[in-house]
Design a protein around this ligand. Sequence first.
Ligand code: SF4
Length: 487
Amino acid sequence: MGDLIVRDLYKTISHAQKTHLVQSKEIATSCVCPYLFKMSYPFGVVGGERDYVIANTVHDAISLASPTAILENWQQGKTQNDFERIAKSIDKDSEDILQKAIANSKSRVKMEGKTPLLETFDFEVQDRFHGLLIGLAKRVMKKYPQPKRAVTEITITNVAEVQEGRIDAIFEFKDDRYGLVEWKTNDVKRASGSGVDRWQLIANFLLTNYRYTGDENNWNRCLFGSVIYYEGAYFPRLPLSEEWLSKVKKDRKFAHEILCGERPHAQKPPFCPVCDRDGESRSDCRFYREDSKQALLGNLPVDYANIRRLLLRRRYLVLDERAETHKHKFVINTIIDRLGEANALQELEKTGVINSGYRIHSINANSVTLVKKYYNDDEATLTLLEPRKIVRIIGKEDNGIPLLACVNEKGFVREVDDTKLIVDFDGNTIAERAKTQLRNLPIIIIPDEINLTRRVLEPMHRFHRLAADIMLPPEFFLGVQNNESGF
Ligand code: SF4
């Protein structure tokens, strides 16, 4: 019977429901300007090439240092000297972590043939790491006692609210409350208390509430949330204003509707942080706004209008494929809602959708070996695990944390047999983190997918603009060329 339910769901969910999830980062963009979201989806405009290697390396290092050196050295300092001393102790205890993260990044850059790193790379990473520690000591440690646990880089999926996001760090305190932290690693500027940083933090608050209480609107266990930047922190006052919360939910709905192919009205904000500041997406934004306006007025030449229509249709098909990447999570969540988590997990295991009974055995560079706790030929169950499949390895936590909000990492199956499973991760740091965070928890493995939507949409954007350049007379886009707003 369970088999039927699961198979039916895979079929009906595909037909009846678009399984889109909106990422917290995307909600934040949409809160800043709904057009900014539309530019990525469906149009496929991507920001210019930026060097994220320093930021990613700091992120990697701090994700491993949080549950170890940071927790061990957590102290409530009072003066700048105290903050410096605390940060230096953490620096010292994290030396190995930092060196490994730097070495991993360097070998990756070399392997991928990217532009060689600056000579100051090591210094930049160490300096940003230290700056974040000062911010943490000064603004968070000073106020709150030592947490009992830290979980890092955790992807939380709230299917009912169609939201997903990756939280940089959550500190859990003895009184069962939590504090949420986002590290700002991309530069040494202050976090903006009004832009993307704020909105992403609020979107992630909702996910974290869901993790600890099962309800994004339950704030009972929330102690604080903060964006830590170089030597400082942005701390919104709790409780958050209703106005901010409704904005995030309204913009989440907007983004979801766009992904589902609906046509909600996008309104330019009074101050546009990109076009009013001459940002890099300005010309693309004006192009698409003008392009849509002229199409609506029926002013486009037939050949171009046909190409445009074709490209738009293709873009929405790509978005449908994006929805497919989340289908497993919708199926799992629906079965849990119907049968309760324990029964649902049994049914899902019988049908081979999920696999349990593993524990982390060892790690080797970027791979983790998991072994079956027991293996009995008579009880052998169906498994859909096979090489190259993408999986989410979940460490099932207690205390009623929903399955899709428990600690987890995503990887590729490299080898599988009756007794063991080897999973490759996208880097040594992730393997190390998987070992630290998942080691003592029962493991549940669910199927997952990679989202390549942006990569597929981008060439369509380039082709669309090229077609316009070639096929439209220059006066069509005077507004774009003259930098007029078009609104
Ligand atoms: S250029 Fe301005 S109006 Fe256009 S998407 Fe960007 S922020 Fe919004």
